[in-house]
Design a protein around this ligand. Structure first.
Ligand code: FES
Length: 279
């Protein structure tokens, strides 16, 4: 007697072929557009080297400022007192723009690039491998090899996390400075924008899978005889952020771009920051 077993999953051969009837294209398409916008804007902003500072606001793309230009040389650059190592050294290559962002963007950039969520997103939207569940991939891969060979660099994520944790402190410090102008406490729209920025970035970082593993995921038992411990409570909190990792990934990505734009427009004089320091 012939048996007719149901086929679970699968799709017809060919890119984008599927039996799905929902709007599966929307996700990868939005991801593609937002990522390209972010990459384009960030690259442009990082190469500017100017209008990244509008007292007391510093663009997160340029934080921390390791080197800056001498006072008055470049419009909207951080004061020398803000730079960790003073002005740009004489050995700085002449073909590289005098932009402090060039030195530091690799750290948050590598953290995002190797993030487990973002991997899924860009493997789908950029590589089409596959573009969505149960949809034909761009290239027919005969054998699934996982993240091997050149993709092994994705294992750097756990190390990028350590820098990301450091950046929360740095951006938090910038947010605090955003409430003081010439030593006078106050508040402006920029102060709020910089504060939301660090809160979103911290929320994204605390939901990182590697972070969750670090603070307890690697252990078999977190609580002592059923009683909560620091480790079990922290793990629970990290799990809350982890369950919302996608949302925080998007929100922090868009907000950090908006924060740079706000500081930039203030510095250029295009918009005026509403604040308690305003005359
Ligand atoms: S998994 Fe997304 S930041 Fe670590």
């Amino acid at each position: 007697m012939a048996t007719h077993l149901p086929v679970i999953g699968g799709h017809a051969d060919g890119f984008g072929r599927t039996q799905r009837t929902d709007g599966w294209r929307r996700g990868p398409l939005i991801t593609l557009i937002v990522f390209l916008t972010f990459i384009g804007y960030t690259t442009w902003a990082a190469l500017q080297g100017k209008h990244y500072y509008s007292d007391p606001y510093l663009s997160p793309f340029y934080s921390p400022v390791l080197f800056t230009t001498p006072a008055g040389m470049v419009a909207g650059s951080a004061p020398v007192s803000h730079a960790w190592f003073g002005t740009f050294p004489s050995w700085w290559p002449s073909f590289v723009p005098l932009s402090p962002a060039i030195l530091i963007l690799v750290f948050p950039g590598s953290f995002r690039f190797t993030c487990y969520y973002y991997r899924k997103a860009y493997y789908r939207s950029f590589a089409g491998s596959p573009p969505a569940c149960a949809v034909g991939p761009l290239a027919q891969i005969r054998k699934y090899r996982g993240e091997s060979y050149v993709l092994l660099f994705q294992n750097l994520h756990r190390f990028a996390l350590y820098f990301a944790l450091l950046f929360i402190l740095i951006l938090g410090y910038d947010a605090v400075l955003a409430y003081f102008k010439d030593g006078v406490p106050g508040i402006g729209v920029g102060s709020v924008i910089l504060t939301i920025n660090v809160v979103l970035i911290a929320s994204y970082t605390f939901g990182c899978h590697s972070f969750r593993h670090l603070i307890g995921g690697r252990k078999d038992c977190l609580s002592a005889c059923g009683k909560p411990t620091v480790a079990s409570v922290s793990f629970k909190q990290a799990s809350w952020f982890n369950a919302r990792h996608t949302e925080f990934a998007w929100a922090s990505l868009l907000w950090v771009m908006l924060t740079d734009l706000y500081v930039r427009l203030c510095s250029m004089g295009v918009i005026h920051d509403l604040s308690t320091w305003s005359n």
